[in-house]
Design a protein around this ligand. Structure first.
Ligand code: MD6
Ligand code: FE
Length: 138
């Protein structure tokens, strides 16, 4: 529910649910994962997301699935402490990343968007969209 209006958010589209179930299967994650929420982040050319740990769900041991669309980004991921060293990887449009098991609580963030790298015509105004799909309840 929206915290201010109390209204229910729209359902997660079937296409996204199908992609999640496919990813769970391919990555050999537990098949009883329930995709209960989908957070959508949009990044303009200068967008970033600071180093963070996803720890507000009740289901802290279930995987988080991320789907990237549009421009590439430099994604950084480290260890379970903010001060742990990080590694960079480029996430491309269509990439699916799963954080699970010992990596579920890793600090991570988006260092920069790499402009004009999206598949032509995908996003009218460029930028990057990231979907993170989570199981919230234990
Ligand atoms: C992003 N992703 O790719 C931000 N969180 O724009 C995340 O913060 C993230 O990719 C948890 C699990 C996977 C992720
Ligand atoms: Fe995150």
């Amino acid at each position: 529910k929206h915290p201010k209006t109390g209204k229910s958010f729209p359902d997660v589209p079937q296409s996204v649910l199908a992609a999640c179930h496919a990813a769970i299967g391919i990555a050999n994650e537990a098949a009883d994962f329930r995709p209960e929420s989908c957070l959508i982040n949009y990044y303009k050319a200068d967008g970033k997301l600071g180093l963070h740990q996803d720890n507000t769900e009740k289901a802290l041991t279930r995987p988080i699935i991320s789907i990237s669309l549009g421009d590439d980004c430099e994604f950084i991921a480290g260890g379970n402490k903010r001060s742990d060293p990080t590694q960079s990887m480029i996430l491309h449009s269509g990439d699916v990343l799963i954080m699970s098991a010992e990596h579920r609580m890793c600090f991570h963030g988006v260092k920069r968007i790499i402009s004009d790298t999206a598949p032509p015509g995908l996003l009218k105004n460029g930028g990057r969209i990231n979907l993170t799909i989570r199981q919230v309840e234990k």
